[in-house]
Write a protein of this length. Structure first.
Length: 118
């Protein structure tokens, strides 16, 4: 299984390297359209290689997706915590009742038999 996992990650790494080599040309990222930046006198431009832009876009998309799922599954996690607390309380109660039943049988066996018939 480890070999398959390593092979998979090697293929992913090879694909990322090939994408990086194929998209080395610099591109200019603009935060505003040219007309608005000329009007305001601001030109927040950034020149990066294309593969960096692609990888940042993929990373941002993954981060947003993970955050979205984490927020969406909040209700499921809170219900699971409530159920685990309920199970623990019930376990404690059962152990307490078993201890009480064991204490009652240790006093008198005849009374314990009568209690079981009720």
């Amino acid at each position: 299984m480890k070999t398959i996992r390593y092979a998979f990650w090697a293929i992913v790494a090879l694909c990322l390297i090939l994408i990086g080599l194929a998209n080395r040309d610099p591109v200019t990222l603009r935060a505003m359209p040219v007309a608005i930046s000329d009007l305001l006198g601001l030109s927040p431009d950034l020149t990066l290689p294309l593969f960096v832009v692609i990888f940042i876009g993929v990373g941002a998309g993954l981060a947003i997706g993970f955050l979205w799922e984490w927020v969406r599954e909040y209700r499921i996690r809170s219900e699971a915590r409530a159920k685990s607390r309920e199970v623990e309380n019930l376990r404690r109660e059962v152990n307490h009742l078993r201890g009480a039943a064991a204490g009652a049988t240790s006093d008198d066996d005849v009374l314990a038999l009568l209690e079981q018939k009720r």
